[in-house]
Design a protein. Sequence first.
Length: 394
Amino acid sequence: MRAFIKEINQKSMFKNKINLFVALCMGTVMLTTTSCVPDEPIISEKMIDVPDTDPEINTKKGSLAITLAATLEESVSFNIEATHVETVTYLVLPGSIETMPPAVTPEDIFSKGITVKEWSKTVEVANLLPETTYYIFAAAKNSAGAITALEQPLIATTLKKLDVSITLTDIDSTNERVIFTITPEGAKTIRYKVVPSAETLSVDDVLTNGSNVMNVKTASTLKPKGFQADTEYTIYVAAVSHTDAKVMRTATVKTKRADETEEDGAITMTAVEFTSELEEKAGQKLAYYNITFKNADWQAQFEIGALSTNANEIAVGDYVLTSNRDQGKPGPLRVADNFTVKNLRTGQLVSDIDYGDIKITKENGAYKITIDMVKLDIANQRFKAKFQGTPIKK
């Protein structure tokens, strides 16, 4: 009996084990089915762009260019154009245009050059040698330290050192003359040319086609004639030194109107007296007239010469006083150097007259005489007088 009961218990336990196993298997199947067949669709993976934090990529690439602004004897200047950079560094080295530029790396520029943080103004490099070729290298850095460098250096050649100078002063004019003073230093040749202001001349144009200035040691006052009234002209003066260095200076001047030269500031003389004499030279009759002009305040005396056989009447004509001066008796249509002009109120003599003319015309027996003399006094540049009537022979 005990054996029978034991057997039944063993069978029951075996059956329970089988049922547990089946239950586990069913659970496993259900779990597997649930995980393989979800209620919602699967979300595919999306790639997200992550910004590259490399500063050389995120910072804009810099640009750099330099252009030559000017070259002088001992300096050169240039302009910088740069974008997206923080600093520009330049390096200037002497060289020769006949040879290749020296090999220079950006590291050489940064270690030996000069750094510019603001380049809106022109950069000047001073204390250079005259007549020397220089190479200007440049490189720049942006905020990330990226380097931008010029592919080729800028080439500049300084000018020849001048050992000659000229100054152009005392600019003046009449209706037909242009007046100026040239003061040279170190010149072996000086030439000048006066042309309408619309015309432009080079230094070689003036040296080739200009009028020669004889005195290269001291100041010369020149008064070329033959210009149009009320017209603007440019005075060009060029000089060459003993070392063949060249220099040129210019100035503009406007000739006066014709009516200004005859009437403006002219002193009216109330009487004219004269003495005369005749002389024969080389088969020609020459008349010399010593003329005195008077009014209450002034007295002026001039001697003129003319081709004439009549010493009793002053010959008409345009009598010229030149800056070179005629010594002794005046030639035909010339004014002698022995003139006097006196202010009777002050007793002062006008002795700084440089050149001019006396025009004598006659109509219906009446004379019209005008005096137009140029003075060296810049503040009061004219002595002008006029007379209309009959000169009296003494």
